[in-house]
Design a protein around this ligand. Structure first.
Ligand SMILES: Nc1nc2c(ncn2[C@@H]2O[C@H](COP(=O)(O)OP(=O)(O)OP(=O)(O)O)[C@@H](O)[C@H]2O)c(=O)[nH]1
Ligand SMILES: [Zn+2]
Length: 226
């Protein structure tokens, strides 16, 4: 048994380096076209947990706190746990598809709230994600849209890249070029600090017919509004 990297992933333009190769490693039939990669390929991004524990304690000292006082005694550990939980997030199985005749339908899942971290300030942002696509020859399992959204949210992010990575992944798994992703997000770096103005950032990725066909785009936008 050997691990392989599929051709699409080997040429992708972003998400592999952000997610290690956890989602890229597949055990494929020997007959399939494949590029063999070493079995020792890293399977997930890992945090340096002992270093995080040290940093958590140093952070408390830098904030002028006594890290040994009762209320803070477990804080470096909790803080390190949080970073590990965030960075080493495992989305589980994201690629279950079913053969389909639904090639004339818009399939859309909306209202999926995910939390991510702004890479400029390391502060949270919540994002409500809507994903639509027109299937080619297979449909993606319903729950997988949320798994994919969480997968790419669990990185240091900007909202625009999150949308692109989700669109890339849905397109890769389902084999369709017709994908739309709309994200509405609130960034605490804007609402809770700095300019201190709550606001919602909207961003959209429109690919294939969603880009070229205005009526289709409007139909999708209507579907995600309700
Ligand atoms: N386009 C985009 N900008 C983001 C995102 N998250 C945070 N930002 C912005 O990144 C910018 C960083 O600007 P800087 O001027 O370097 O940082 P700053 O001095 O903290 O700026 P303020 O946030 O305006 O106080 C800010 O305008 C943030 O609002 C995102 O997902 N997308
Ligand atoms: Zn920010």
């Amino acid at each position: 048994m050997v691990l392989h990297l599929d051709r699409d992933h080997s040429m992708n333009n972003g998400h592999a380096q952000h997610n290690g190769h956890r989602e890229d490693a597949h055990v494929l039939d020997q007959e399939q076209e494949q590029i063999i990669v070493p079995a020792e390929q890293p399977v997930a991004p890992k945090v340096d947990y002992p270093r995080l524990l040290e940093l958590g304690r140093e952070l408390l000292v830098a904030l002028g706190e006594n890290p040994d006082r009762e209320g803070l005694a477990g804080t470096p550990r909790r803080w390190a746990d949080w970073w590990r939980e965030f960075i080493e997030y495992d989305p589980g199985k994201t690629e279950t598809t079913f053969s389909s005749v639904a090639t004339d339908q818009i399939v859309c899942v909306s209202g999926m709230r995910v939390f991510s971290l702004c890479e400029h300030h390391l502060l949270p942002m919540w994002c409500d994600v809507a994903i639509g696509y027109i299937p080619a020859d297979k449909v993606l399992g319903l729950s997988k849209f949320a798994r994919i959204a969480h997968q790419f949210a669990h990185q240091l992010q900007i909202q625009e890249r999150l949308g692109q990575q989700i669109a890339d992944e849905v397109s890769r798994i389902t084999g369709t070029d017709h994908v739309a992703v709309v994200i509405k997000g609130e960034h605490l770096c804007m609402s809770a600090r700095g300019i201190r103005t709550p606001g919602v950032m909207s961003s959209s990725v429109m690919r294939g017919t969603f880009r070229t066909d205005r009526d289709l785009r409007m139909e999708f936008m209507q579907m995600i509004q309700s």
